[in-house]
Ligand binder design. Structure first.
Ligand SMILES: Cc1cc2nc3c(=O)[nH]c(=O)nc-3n(C[C@H](O)[C@H](O)[C@H](O)COP(=O)(O)OP(=O)(O)OC[C@H]3O[C@@H](n4cnc5c(N)ncnc54)[C@H](O)[C@@H]3O)c2cc1C
Length: 388
C-alpha cells in the first residue's frame, strides 16, 4: 500500500474507532486494554516492530503517518507509553528470543502493562550510582532496594529493573538489567501525588524478590549499555509522543488555544504564530531523526536535543496559555490548571533539561565533557546517593 493510501486507511479507522466525545471514564484501564487489542488487530500497534514478535514490520514513514493522523484524536494509550516507547524497544534490541516471544506480543495487544525502574531516592540524573542490589542465588537473583518516580507502576504487570550486581568495580560497570514481575510478593507499590493532584508515579520497595536468570536482559554487569539503549529510546519516544495518545485533550495545544482565545487580537495572533513555528520546528526535527533512522543512521544523542526542545515547548505552551487565559487558569477546577501544573514534569522525567544540555554538549557538539572524578573508583568506595 502506498503512503497516501495507508494514511487514508488510518484516518478512516481512527474516525470509526475513536469516540469523538472521549472514552468512558468508568474503568480507564479496561478501556485502554480493549482499545490496544483493537489497535493491534487493525495493524496499528508496533508499526515498526518485527512481524515475528507481533509488530507490523513497516517503516518510520507509516509510524509517522499514523501518529500524524492520531493527533486530532484522544487515544487512551497513555498507560502503555512506557512499554511501547521504552521497555519494548529495549527488548526488541537487547532481549533474548525467548524474552521477545514471551513479552512483546502481549505488550502490543495491551494485555500487559510495563514500567521502567531506574530512578532511586539517591540516583536520578546520576542513575549509575543506584543502590538496589541483585544478588545471585543459583538460577535466580534476589532483589532488595527502593525505586522512585516510577510512572504507571500501580498498573504495571512487568518492570524493566536496573540493579547493582557488583560493588567492587566502578559504578557504570557493576549494573545488570532484569525484567521483574510487579505482582510478585515482596514488591510494594506506593503511589506518589504530583502537584497536579494526579498519582501517576510511585515509589517501589523490593524485599527479597526473586528474579529467574532467564529474565536477565544482556550480560551480567553490562546493564549500563542496556540502560543507554532504553534511555535513547525514551528520549526519542517522548519527543515523538509514542503512545501518548494524540493532542486532542491538551488544552494548551495550538488547536485548543485557537478556539478558546480572541484570534481577532493581533498580539494574540503573533503569539499563536510563534507557537505554530515552534511546534513545526520540533515536528520537522523529529521527522528528520525518523528519516535518518530509516536510512540506518541512528540519531543517538540528538534524541536528547529533541527531548529538550519538547520540554521547552511544553513550558512555553503552558506559559502562553496562562497569559492568554489570565491568572484564574491555575485555579483547581479550571480546564487549564492540570495541564499547566503538569508542564514542568516534562523538564525532569526522561532526564532533566540540564542533563540533556550536558549530553548535547558532550556528544553532539563535542565540547569538553564534564569532569568524572569517580570514573575508575570501585562503587563500594564512593559516597554516593544515600550511601555512606
Ligand atoms: C513526570 C515524571 C515521570 C518520571 N517517570 C520515571 C519512570 O517511569 N522511571 C524512572 O526510573 N524515573 C522516572 N522519573 C524520574 C526522573 O528520571 C528523574 O526525576 C530525573 O532523572 C532527575 O533525577 P532527580 O529527580 O533525582 O533529580 P537530581 O538528579 O537530584 O537533580 C536535581 C537538580 O540538579 C540538576 N543536576 C543534577 N546533575 C547535574 C549535572 N551533572 N549538571 C547540571 N545539573 C545537574 C538537575 O538538572 C536538577 O535540576 C520521572 C520523573 C518525572 C518528573
Amino acid at each position: 500500500m502506498n503512503l497516501a493510501d495507508y494514511r487514508r486507511a488510518a484516518r478512516a479507522w481512527l474516525q470509526a474507532n475513536v469516540p469523538a466525545d472521549g472514552h468512558p471514564e468508568t474503568d480507564p484501564i479496561a478501556t485502554a486494554k480493549e482499545f490496544m487489542a483493537k489497535l493491534h488487530d487493525a495493524g496499528y500497534s508496533g508499526i515498526t516492530w518485527p512481524r515475528q514478535w507481533g509488530g507490523q514490520g513497516l517503516t518510520q514513514a507509516e509510524e509517522r503517518a499514523f501518529a500524524a493522523e492520531s493527533r486530532g484524536h484522544a487515544l487512551p494509550t497513555y498507560v502503555f507509553s512506557i512499554g511501547l516507547g521504552m521497555t519494548g524497544p529495549t527488548l526488541v534490541d537487547r532481549g533474548t528470543d525467548a524474552q521477545r516471544e514471551r513479552f512483546l506480543r502481549p505488550l502490543l495487544r495491551g494485555e500487559e502493562i510495563w514500567c521502567q525502574l531506574f530512578s532511586e531516592p539517591g540516583a536520578g540524573s546520576d542513575v549509575a550510582s543506584l543502590q538496589t542490589r541483585a544478588e545471585r542465588d543459583g538460577d535466580h537473583w534476589i532483589v532488595n532496594g527502593q525505586k522512585v518516580w516510577t510512572s504507571v507502576a500501580h498498573h504495571a504487570d512487568w518492570g524493566l529493573l536496573l540493579a547493582r550486581t557488583n560493588v567492587d568495580v566502578p559504578k557504570h560497570k557493576g549494573l545488570t538489567m532484569f525484567v521483574v514481575d510487579m505482582h510478585h510478593p515482596g514488591v510494594t507499590v506506593r503511589p506518589l501525588k504530583d502537584m497536579s493532584g494526579r498519582a501517576n508515579f510511585n515509589e517501589i520497595f523490593f524485599d527479597d524478590v526473586p528474579i529467574p536468570d532467564e529474565h536477565r536482559v544482556g550480560e551480567v554487569d553490562d546493564g549500563w549499555s542496556v540502560a543507554v539503549t532504553t534511555l535513547l529510546h525514551e528520549r526519542l519516544s517522548i519527543s515523538a509522543g509514542v503512545g501518548m495518545g494524540g493532542q486532542k485533550d491538551d488544552p494548551t495545544s495550538l488547536e485548543a488555544l485557537r478556539t478558546s482565545v480572541d484570534t481577532g487580537d493581533p498580539l494574540v495572533r503573533d503569539e499563536l504564530v510563534e507557537l505554530h513555528i515552534r511546534d513545526r520546528a520540533l515536528a520537522l526535527f523529529n521527522q528528520r531523526l525518523a528519516q535518518e533512522t530509516e536510512a540506518g543512521i541512528f540519531p543517538g544523542a540528538r534524541g536528547s536535543a529533541a527531548k529538550l526542545l519538547l520540554a521547552e515547548l511544553t513550558m512555553y505552551r503552558a506559559d502562553l496559555a496562562t497569559r492568554l487565559a489570565g491568572p484564574e487558569s491555575v485555579l483547581g477546577d479550571h480546564p487549564l490548571a492540570r495541564a499547566i501544573s503538569m508542564a514542568p514534569g516534562m523538564s525532569l522525567g526522561g532526564g532533566t533539561n540540564e542533563i540533556m544540555r550536558n549530553i548535547v554538549g558532550d556528544r553532539v557538539l563535542n565540547l569538553p565533557p564534564e569532569p568524572r572524578v569517580d570514573k575508575n573508583v570501585p562503587f563500594k568506595d564512593l559516597k554516593v546517593g544515600t550511601q555512606g
